[in-house]
Design a protein around this ligand. Structure first.
Ligand SMILES: *Cc1c(COP(=O)(O)O)cnc(C)c1O
Length: 435
């Protein structure tokens, strides 16, 4: 299958090229030319399949033309070495827990899949590929752990000195092997600037193969469709859907996760309504309400993985629905919450149900609660484990009430290894060329 650019100023490319390049040469985002639908009968018995079996069926529809079946099966099963279960939080409201992977956030699914697909495409071509990733916290850990130990690929994680939490830092500075953490004396934007400049530097690109692993890559965002199908299957299995319509609420920042849900719906998944739950960065909320899209600088919030002022995947949503505001605002409803409200939601849900939401999931829960009618069943995506945001969550529900999962405790035991660099490009370039 070919992948075209949302800007439509360049020729469509193969999946191989789309994965290695990340962004189209006209700076647009890649989209698959066709979306293959499931026969409705598939959903009648989907609850008999495991998460991995469902994911393999979905992967065949999306990547089946480009990756041979046995290889695709291996990639899917290797990626999904953990579960994405649904838990009942209160009547009619379920949490799709996406935090059971190695770094306890949903990005594990896309990052692990992309690492394996990239390795497959590099194949016998022995040349080493270098992945550059700038992070404000969560992306770096998912990408570093997703690529950990994958032959032929070296990952450089650039992060701002003193600006990420101790837990986050431990998840990409203690890994060794093919992961190098670079502590940049600057802010996140400086890290991102270094990465972008590197991709444009002629000499660097002649001497080494560079690629990016951010969420615009089709190999990172499309696999996220897997767990939407699984949510439907597990809810059906638990008898939660009987004659009711499904509503899915997605805490959103760059909108990659929600876009994957829309693809699942286009593939036939019976979702009646999507909800985009935002924090104070309400750009898409405003678009849904008014039809005006006004990107602006992001503001800092408690749900910081959603602090995005110009969501990159929004271009994909516009493209998917032919720029139709009326269609988009029908399929997606928007809600947004201030920091004060996020605190209040985490506290209330915890007090009333015993379920501990992280600040992002809390937005998803509340939007669902406000929208849902009695004819519907709702599921919100719990995008990260609350312990990834221990300081914030403990300040709301009290010290000692946020259990530290074994996996996070293990990271904290490792020895931090990182290389300090200034924010100037020449220093960064010299460093890469000397490797
Ligand atoms: C990345 C992230 C989000 C936002 O996801 P998008 O796909 O960028 O919309 C939400 N919650 C958490 C915990 C994240 O890490």
């Amino acid at each position: 299958m070919k992948y075209y650019s949302t800007n439509k100023n360049t020729f469509p490319v193969s999946l191989n090229e789309a994965v290695i390049k990340g962004l189209a040469s006209d700076k647009g985002l890649f989209m698959p030319e066709k979306i293959k639908k499931f026969d409705p009968s598939f959903f009648k018995t989907i609850d008999k399949l495991s998460f991995q079996e469902i994911a393999f069926e979905v992967a065949k529809k999306i990547f089946g033309d480009d990756v041979e079946e046995s290889k695709l099966e291996e990639i899917v099963y290797d990626t999904l070495s953990f579960d994405c279960p649904v838990e009942l939080v209160k009547e009619n409201i379920w949490s799709l827990e996406l935090f059971h992977g190695p770094t306890l956030a949903f990005k594990d699914v896309g990052a692990r899949f992309m690492a394996r697909l990239l390795k497959f495409f590099l194949g016998e071509n022995q040349k080493q590929v270098n992945v550059l990733v700038a992070t404000s916290g969560d992306t770096g850990s998912a990408v570093a752990n997703g690529f950990l130990g994958v032959d032929g690929i070296h990952v450089y994680v650039l992060y701002p000195k003193g600006k990420v939490s101790a837990i986050q830092e431990s998840q990409f500075t203690t890994l060794e092997k093919n992961i190098t953490a670079l502590e940049i004396d600057g802010v996140f934007d400086d890290c991102q600037h270094l990465v972008k400049t590197a991709f444009l530097d002629k000499e660097l690109n002649e001497k080494m193969a560079l690629t990016s692993a951010n969420s615009i890559n089709v190999a990172r965002f499309l696999p996220q469709a897997f767990y939407y199908f699984n949510a439907y299957a597990r809810l059906k299995e638990k008898g939660a859907l009987n004659g009711k319509y499904l509503v899915v609420s997605v805490p959103s920042g760059n909108f990659g996760n929600l876009t994957a849900g829309l693809f699942a719906r286009e593939m036939g998944l019976p979702v009646e309504q999507f909800i985009a739950a935002n924090n104070a960065n309400d750009i898409v909320f405003e678009y849904l309400e008014t039809g005006n899209y006004n990107p602006r600088s992001s503001v800092e919030t408690l749900a910081n993985a959603m602090d995005v002022g110009d969501p990159s995947n929004f271009a994909r949503i516009l493209d998917l629905y032919g720029n139709s505001h009326s269609t988009i605002s029908e399929i997606i409803k928007g809600y947004w919450y201030s920091d004060e409200e996020i605190r209040e939601i985490v506290k209330r849900v915890y007090d009333q149900t015993g379920y501990l939401c992280d600040p992002h999931g809390a937005c998803g829960f509340q939007a669902l609660k406000e929208f849902l009618s009695e004819h519907q069943t709702g599921v919100f995506l719990e995008t990260a484990h609350p312990a990834k945001f221990t300081e914030t969550v403990e300040s709301i529900v009290g010290k000692g009430n946020v259990p530290l999962p074994e996996k996070l405790a293990e990271f904290m035991k490792g020895e931090k290894q990182s290389i300090s660099l200034g924010k100037g490009f020449e220093g960064f370039k010299d460093f890469l060329l000397k490797r």
